[in-house]
Design a protein around this ligand. Structure first.
Ligand code: ZN
Ligand code: ZN
Length: 354
C-alpha cells in the first residue's frame, strides 16, 4: 500500500484549503493513510508531519503497522491532553471530518479554536484503488465465492433463513474470513420482496426464490455478492423474471468503462427491466463502490453525474422485488479498468435450483 503517495495527495488538498492540518477521526480513513487497523486512534496530518494518537492497548500493533506516522501513546491517562497540546502548537485553522466527529468531541477539541468542517477529503482519494488494493478486494471476493457452493450443499427445504445464514457464515469463517462486511441477507419467498430482508426465522420452502446477499472482510477489504436461487423446479414466471434481472445486470456491466457517467450504467440496467415490464419493481440504485468499507463512492444511481475512472471498484446489483411474490437480485464486484470492466466475482449466474 502506497502510504507516502496517499499522504502527499492529502497534503495537496490541505494546501488548497485555508487549514493548517486535518484531524482524521474516521477509522477506515486512518487505516488508509497510515496502515493502523486498531479500533481507537486519530491521525493529525500537517504539511510536515503525521501523528497517530492511540492508547496503550495498541502499542505493539501500531509499532508493526504504522510506517508513515509518528505514534503517540500516553504513559498514563487518555489521549486527549496530548492531542490538545499538539493541536495548540498549530497556528491556524484545523480541518476535521464533519461526517465523522461527534458533537461532544468537537466541543472538546474546538472549544477555544477554529475548526473547518470538511467532507470526503480522504474518501475521494480512496475511490481510485491502487493495484494492491484491487488485489486485496479480489482475494476477499474469491474467498466469499468459494464458500457459496459449500453452503448451498447444505440447504434443504424447511431450513430457516437464519440457519442457512449461519451455515454460510461458518463456511466463510472456516475459509479464513476476518469477519463479515455486513449482516448476511437471506430472504426467501415473499420475504425476498423486502430489499434488505435480514435472515429471519422464516423457513425456506419448496417453490420459493431465495435472495442471498453477503460479504466478508479480508485484510481490511470487503467483498459483496448476491445470488438468487430457487428451491425446486422454477416455473415460467420465475425463469422470466430471473432472465430479465440477469440481462439487466449484464447490460450494466457492459456499460462500465472510464469516462461513462454512473447514471448511464444505472440506466443500462433500468432500461432492460423497463422493457421487460418490471421497471416499477426495481427501486434501489444499481451499485456502489467497495473498498475498506462496504458503501463507498461512487454511487451507481439514476442521474448520477460522476464519471467512472479506472481504478474504481464497484458493485453491479439490479433486482426485482414483487410484493407477495418474491425477489431476484444478482450482484457482482466489478473493477473499472483502462479498457472497460473486469468482473471479479467468479460465481456462475445461471438460475440455480436445489
Ligand atoms: Zn450485496
Ligand atoms: Zn452491494
Amino acid at each position: 500500500m502506497n502510504y507516502p503517495r496517499r499522504l502527499r495527495q492529502l497534503r495537496q488538498r490541505l494546501r488548497r484549503s485555508n487549514a493548517v492540518a486535518l484531524l482524521v477521526t474516521h477509522l477506515p480513513n486512518v487505516r488508509y493513510l497510515c496502515g493502523f487497523s486498531g479500533s481507537a486512534g486519530v491521525l493529525l496530518v500537517t504539511p510536515e508531519r503525521s501523528l497517530l494518537f492511540t492508547d496503550n492497548r495498541y502499542r505493539e500493533q501500531s509499532a508493526q503497522e504504522v510506517r508513515e506516522a509518528e505514534v503517540v501513546i500516553p504513559e498514563t491517562g487518555g489521549v486527549r491532553p496530548l492531542l490538545l497540546a499538539e493541536m495548540a502548537r498549530l497556528k491556524g485553522v484545523i480541518a476535521f471530518e464533519a461526517e465523522h466527529l461527534s458533537v461532544a468531541l468537537q466541543e472538546e477539541l474546538f472549544a477555544r479554536r477554529r475548526g473547518l468542517a470538511v467532507r470526503g477529503w480522504v474518501e475521494r482519494l480512496r475511490e481510485r484503488k491502487e493495484p494492491e488494493e484491487v488485489a486485496a478486494i479480489r482475494r476477499a471476493v474469491r474467498l466469499a465465492s468459494r464458500a457459496f457452493p459449500r453452503a448451498v450443499a447444505h440447504l434443504r427445504p424447511g431450513m430457516s433463513e437464519r440457519g442457512f445464514a449461519a451455515r454460510l457464515e461458518y463456511e466463510l469463517r472456516a475459509s479464513g474470513a476476518e469477519g463479515l462486511s455486513f449482516e448476511t441477507i437471506v430472504a426467501s419467498g415473499w420475504h425476498g420482496a423486502h430489499v434488505h430482508g435480514r435472515a429471519s426465522q422464516k423457513a425456506i420452502e419448496k417453490g420459493e426464490l431465495v435472495v442471498i446477499d453477503y460479504g466478508v472482510l479480508l485484510s481490511g477489504y470487503v467483498s459483496d455478492m448476491t445470488r438468487t436461487l430457487h428451491v425446486g423446479t422454477p416455473d415460467r414466471r420465475t425463469r422470466a423474471v430471473y432472465r430479465a434481472v440477469l440481462e439487466a445486470q449484464l447490460a450494466a456491466i457492459a456499460a462500465v468503462r472510464p469516462g461513462v457517467r454512473c447514471g448511464e450504467v444505472d440506466a443500462a440496467a433500468r432500461n432492460v427491466l423497463a422493457k421487460a415490464g418490471l421497471g416499477q419493481y426495481f427501486q434501489h440504485s444499481t451499485g456502489h463502490g467497495v473498498g475498506l468499507e462496504i458503501h463507498e463512492a461512487p454511487r451507481i444511481a439514476a442521474q448520477a453525474k460522476e464519471k467512472l475512472q479506472a481504478g474504481q471498484v464497484i458493485t453491479i446489483e439490479p433486482g426485482v422485488y414483487i410484493p407477495g411474490w418474491g425477489g431476484v437480485r444478482i450482484e457482482d464486484v466489478v473493477a473499472v479498468t483502462e479498457r472497460g470492466a473486469e468482473v471479479l466475482t467468479p460465481t456462475p449466474k445461471r438460475l440455480l435450483h436445489i
